[in-house]
Write a protein that binds this ligand. Sequence first.
Ligand SMILES: [Mn+2]
Length: 323
Amino acid sequence: MALHPPGKEVDSAFTRNDLRGLSFENTFGGAPSFLRRRFTKDLAGVDLAVTGVCFDQATSHRPGARFGPRAVRAASVLQPCYPPYGWGFDPLSVASVIDYGDLAYDHGHLALFPELLRTHIGTILDAGAGALTLGGDHFITLPILRAYAERFGPLSVIQFDAHSDLWPDDDPARMDHGTMMYRAVKEGLIAPAQSVQIGIRTECLDYLGVQVIDAFECHAKGPDAVADRAREIVGNRPCYISFDIDALDPGFAPGTGTPVWNGLTPNQVAVILRGLAGINLKGGDVVEVCPALDPTEATAIMGAHVGMELIALYVWALREARA
Ligand SMILES: [Mn+2]
């Protein structure tokens, strides 16, 4: 590992010229862009833009996920010194990944927020890049899916979650992190029969045709079988992964608004995510990290690892498309 000589110190969040490559820097200093990627609004030549959405006003129980993006970025800084273990390639050297910064919005004009977010993601997609969004509560996935569906048609969604977020909600003015998947189905943003929810362990009145592999089934059948089934469900359709950190058991990720026991282990999540390699991934999010509820920072570390795995999956698909 070569650190930079005196007088030539860099902060790759600002000084990186090549958007690709690992970062050998003090992991405890500098600006915490996600994975030490360059902080920039320039989308030219970018394959994947990481962006934060610091919004938690649709939370039903314990708020605080607005601080998720900052915490997940800070937890991510150790990772870019090395390729992620076990993938056999370095996604950060194969693809151009930047940190696009956060969506700015007026907290006093919440009604404007969904459209702002839809436009924000649309700008990234129209530049030819994919978006990896750090939340924020799970409501943010609805405007994101609107932006995606406009460009890709109805998506196959793989949702990791303790809750289905399919509670009925026919009032378009409401913002609720527990009903956004209902709205996504009703608005035709996702293809329910080709979408799957993994790790569910709370009741749902009606899955609206969305496939489910609940937590009991995950534990009984094992993560390889879950990945196989999920790949079968989404096929080669344009796919989006929404990862609610409460899919993990609160023993591993207690810093979240609505924790539920009997959740997934980090090993199960790692094996399932790697088993998804080859899906036609167009983007994803990591939501509901609430750092104030976890002084150990474990939840943010989990979020950072999941983010890196989503990047690896995205770049894997990109590589196959370009081959
Ligand atoms: Mn959720």
